[in-house]
Write a protein that binds this ligand. Sequence first.
Ligand code: TYD
Ligand code: MG
Length: 452
Amino acid sequence: MSNKSVFVCQNCGYESIQWLGRCPSCKEFTTFSEEIIIKNEKNIFSKTISKKSNPSLINDIVSPNYQKIPTDDLELNRVLDKGIVPGSIILLAGDPGIGKSTLLLQLAIQGTIKTLYISGEESENQIKLRADRIGVKNKKCFILNETLLENIFSYLSNVENNHQLIILDSIQTLYSNQIASPIGSISQIRECCSQLLQFAKRTNITIIIIGHITKDGQIAGPKILEHMVDAVLHFEGDKNFHFRILRSKKNRFGSTSEIGLYEMGPQGLSSVKSPSKILISNNFKNLDGCSISCVMEGGRPFLVEVQALVGSAVYGTPQRTANGFNLKRLNMLLAVLEKKCGFKLGKKDVFLNIIGGIRVTDPALDLSVVASILSSSIDLPILKNSCFIGEVGLNGEVRPEQNISKRILEVEKMGFENVFISSINKLNINTKKINIINVSTINELKKNLFES
Ligand code: TYD
Ligand code: MG
């Protein structure tokens, strides 16, 4: 046995032989703590791998044939680009209480794959209670309450326990007796992950691990965790709403462009077929400051409702608040409205809200944000049954959007009559039912915005 003591930055995982006040890597203060690493000479994974180190000609290398196994969760398949790859490690990250355990327990108990669900967070009884609520279909789903990695490996070393998929809830509760650092510390997380990685590659079993997120949206634990695994998925949404989005941040075996949409209900998560119906209220009324836009997430267009409230500032400094929209972008749009449209918003409070608890980054929302702010500041409702799609530039120009035809078809399907788009957009669709209003600047938008 050889003991080694290092100081590790608990924010980014940077190691140093002495304590430092400020991390040279992530520049955070007082994040270093001492961790003792006990390395057993007799490591269970220290089988020497004899690997030739001669380079091969690219044309001589046989293309691997990754057989992706489709899971029973169609949204997850879409996000992972068709399914899980045997021998890969997937990290699922998200805020506490967002539904990570629910999502993966559902995958375990409703699928057809022989699955082992290892939980260090909840007891067997708690898991059973939740499973009963969701409905158990998989007869080959096993539950294990364990947090010591070596015990998990000793169970799995039995050939009869040949699971195809292992789910680990969560990496922060797992520990290895190879390392003396406390559970949840950077060294523990990194060591456990690297041992799991070797295990997955050796046995060709897929492992999905759950990781918590810190307040500022980082995966708790070193960034290195994201580099080690094959795929990183983020589960996001607002806990007060039912709508959830599963995004792929990294995927070594496929594209990361698609997203999964779920709705949290009493029986767990269900796939959302028509997101537009959830995100805008059925009784959407033309009130002042309310407008609709069509954004793209992955390959799917869906409608969102934007609400703005503009009022005289009560305090000296006007307030600007944005829910689900970038505050800096809102300030930029307000500056453009002031300079190019002559609106005096400098002394006004502006509150912006995207309905449904979702966060939108698609710039196509700009036009709808501007329309809502204009409507609220003049106290006039917007032209009935209208939708707004377009990015707004610093000169007040309305810029064209990608996939405009797809978006317009969705708007039409949802029964809207007018759609405001940039005059530069080239359309290759034949729509008679919907009235397309081309605008080149926000001044032009203002002229057409209200009922005449
Ligand atoms: P959970 O999966 O425990 O979140 P995480 O593992 O990300 O911390 O789920 C949290 C919430 O989901 C919990 O507050 C209750 C809610 N929930 C439902 O609304 N319906 C359900 O059927 C289940 C299982 C959970
Ligand atoms: Mg959980």
